[in-house]
Design a protein around this ligand. Structure first.
Ligand SMILES: NC(=O)c1ccc[n+]([C@@H]2O[C@H](COP(=O)([O-])OP(=O)(O)OC[C@H]3O[C@@H](n4cnc5c(N)ncnc54)[C@H](O)[C@@H]3O)[C@@H](O)[C@H]2O)c1
Length: 390
């Protein structure tokens, strides 16, 4: 007997809209799900833009008005892949209509808005996901299991970075990412990923201090334009972290890191060993064991394979590597499974065995982001993080 269908609506068809579409197209072929996924409607800013994308990605219908999509009774799941400042209104409308919502990170430009969104989802009883795709990497799960299993002993330090270079060219024009209405610059945009990773691997962060810097202080208003617009958001942010466990650490968010395309990376040092990782080689995990014979000590490379679930859903052979859009397919699986069963996988870190981040986790990450920005405004004073991030 054929499985029942679940209807998907997608708002926004840029970088992430494409990625969500590919995930939905593949997820019910890669994984055992209790339903078939049907791509029912795509919304973008104009009808023409939406139609083009709907044709390309395989959606049945298109609209230039996202409210039409949210109101459609045949849509049960809504993906939001628009600029940050639009997430709240779109998510609240979708939640109000009883849809499950997968929203890109950061959940909202402000912590207050993110809390409203998480509360609305909880109240309405819908499932949620927030786009921290890097948590879906089987090697992240391995790292987490190794830490939890004591393989590197008592963990002491975390050194994390999320660095890219897509803003390094000073002629790179103004875009929505530079508009303070989206919540900030490099820290909220890309730094939120390394904060999510830190929390996933080592648990709650209870205190931070931070420093923000804007180094490219103006950008052309459009490609090739002589007129420039002042940049008021951070290009580079550094912060110190203290985890509830006692681990201390640092993070850097940097979108001016010439030559770095995806340095979502960390090193975690414990009393018996260390783990090192970079998303630029994300099918690998580096492990150092202090207990190795002195003449053989050094970081060894563990290569991803079918034994690292769910790599095997994509490829039966080790070392052949999975890709970025595969992480998005795993994210789609976990989101859809949270709809299919009653397990509270939409919640926060407590259910992160799967690395599934729901709106509560989106709030918790923004608590850290908000505290770092507040510290930076206050000359780098330490800021304690409240109980809801626990
Ligand atoms: N998880 C990740 O790794 C990752 C990577 C990149 C971006 N993001 C996040 O995804 C979101 C989108 O980023 P992007 O890089 O895909 O941006 P983008 O600019 O490539 O795409 C944004 C899309 O939203 C559409 N849009 C804008 N206003 C709209 C409206 N009023 N109604 C309907 N559609 C509208 C645009 O036309 C475009 O199709 C952001 O929140 C960003 O932070 C996440």
């Amino acid at each position: 007997m054929s499985k029942p269908a679940i209807g998907v609506g997608l708002i926004g068809s840029g970088f992430m809209g494409r990625s969500h579409s590919l995930a939905y197209l593949n997820v019910d072929k890669l994984f055992e799900l209790p339903f078939r996924v049907e791509l029912r409607m795509l919304a973008d800013q104009t009808e023409a833009q939406a139609s083009r994308a709907a044709d390309a990605f395989g959606f049945a219908r298109a609209t230039g008005d996202w409210r039409e999509l949210v109101a459609d009774s045949r849509i049960e799941v809504v993906s939001i892949t628009t600029p940050n400042r639009l997430h709240k209104d779109m998510a609240l409308a979708a939640i109000d209509a009883g849809k499950h919502v997968w929203c890109e990170k950061p959940l909202a430009p402000t912590l207050a808005d993110a809390r409203i969104m998480a509360e609305a989802a909880r109240h309405r009883g819908v499932r949620t996901a927030v786009g921290f795709n890097y948590l879906k990497n089987p090697m992240m799960r391995l790292a987490r299991d190794m830490i939890a299993g004591g393989e590197i002993g008592e963990v002491r330090t975390f050194r994390g970075i999320h660095a890219e270079d897509f803003m390094a060219d000073v002629s790179q024009p103004w875009s929505w990412r530079l508009d303070p209405a989206n919540g900030g610059g490099a820290l909220v945009d890309i730094g939120s990923h390394i904060i999510a990773a830190a929390r996933y691997l080592l648990g709650p962060i209870v205190e931070v201090d931070g420093r923000t810097d804007t180094l490219v202080t103006s950008r052309p208003i459009a490609a090739g334009a002589a007129e420039r617009r002042t940049v008021a958001v951070d290009d580079v942010t550094t912060a110190r972290l203290r985890f509830r466990s006692g681990v201390v650490g640092t993070i850097e968010a940097n979108w001016l890191a010439t030559g770095r395309t995806m340095q979502h990376a960390f090193e975690i040092a414990g009393s018996a060993g260390s783990i090192a990782f970079s998303q630029e080689r994300f099918n690998e995990l580096q492990l150092y064991c202090a207990g190795d014979e002195a003449a053989r000590r050094g970081f060894r490379t563990i290569v991803a394979g079918p034994e690292h679930e769910p790599y095997g859903a994509f490829c039966v052979a080790p070392g052949h590597q999975i890709g970025f859009n595969d992480l998005k397919a795993i994210e789609a699986r976990d989101f859809l499974l949270s709809i299919a069963d009653d397990a509270p996988r939409h919640a926060g870190l407590g259910h992160a065995g799967l690395g599934h981040a729901g709106f509560d986790e989106g709030v918790a990450v923004l608590e850290v982001v908000d505290a770092i920005y507040r510290s930076a405004r206050d000359g780098g004073q330490p800021v304690a993080i409240g109980v809801s991030a626990q």
